[in-house]
Write a protein that binds this ligand. Sequence first.
Ligand SMILES: *Cc1c(COP(=O)(O)O)cnc(C)c1O
Length: 362
Amino acid sequence: MSRVYNFSAGPAVLPEEVLKEAASEMLDYQGTGMSVMEMSHRSKAYQTIIDDAEKDLRELMNIPDNYKVLFLQGGASQQFAMIPMNLFKNKVGDYIITGQWAKKAWQEAKLYGTANAIASSADKTFTYIPDCSDLPIDDDADYVYICQNNTIYGTVYHELPNTKGKTLVADVSSCFLSEPIDVTKYGVIYGGVQKNVGPAGVVIVIIREDLITEDVLPGTPTMLRYKTHADAGSLYNTPPCYGIYICGKVFKWLKAKGGLTAMKEYNEKKAKILYDFLDSSKLFKGTVEKKDRSLMNVPFVTGDADLDALFVKEAKAAGLENLKGHRTVGGMRASIYNAMPMEGVEKLVAFMKDFEAKHPVE
Ligand SMILES: *Cc1c(COP(=O)(O)O)cnc(C)c1O
């Protein structure tokens, strides 16, 4: 067996300990004589798995009792519709456009009402987070929407927007559990888990109870109502059982690592190695404004598309995989999620140094 350093933006690297443990339980989960994949979601064993997952997540994120935790399907993209369908009362949503994922959410919301783009960083290819201290928030806005960490462009909100009292909704797919956050500042926090938490197929929604109502847009399908899933403890229908089980293992792994404060420290150290090198390199350049740099996704370029392609190819041959930038941006992107070990980033930087020595800038 040989594992590579996988810098994929998602689906992405998972902790090796978790994968090994899951492998050891594959044929016989804790004496049940079956795999979690084969188990009824109504069984006692499975109820314990999902209950433990929720309990551990609540502990990790310090989620208050007046928030529900939902394990849903449809990916993060399904939430682009579920949010307006469930939260539109005045049918107005204010969106901050910091990249493709925020833009897609904004466009989806337009299907259901008025979706305002109240700020954007499109003018500079989403390389920064706009000033959100005094935005033109609509008096009727049902919520203000952000994509907290921009997976493609590598920016993150280091400070949340001033929503002027409106409910904050955040897509945290690519920064989920990477550092502590204050849940009480949000109405809805959601993320597809395939970036930092687990296998694709699960989206976790953390939602304040008062936002879960029967007063949804007419025609909202049963399956797309938060209330349906909240009332049924995420077991209205068959949930993505195996995916939730793996998420649960990742939560336990995070707890054993010291929780989110320790994770943040580790992530900061890891990211610093890469950013420090980018700042000192003559060949490689980070593409994001320093103040808005993400700890999770680090885009960089050489400025020469052919050289970028050569770098990606040679890196892959050296066991450093999936460094190609998003198809809309080009260049390179290293996603260095929780499960990427320090050594992975050290190897990447050592490889970049070698590459630069072979391709010196005059
Ligand atoms: C990947 C990603 C999405 C889309 O996730 P799907 O699960 O594929 O729908 C949405 N938002 C962000 C921030 C992402 O990184």
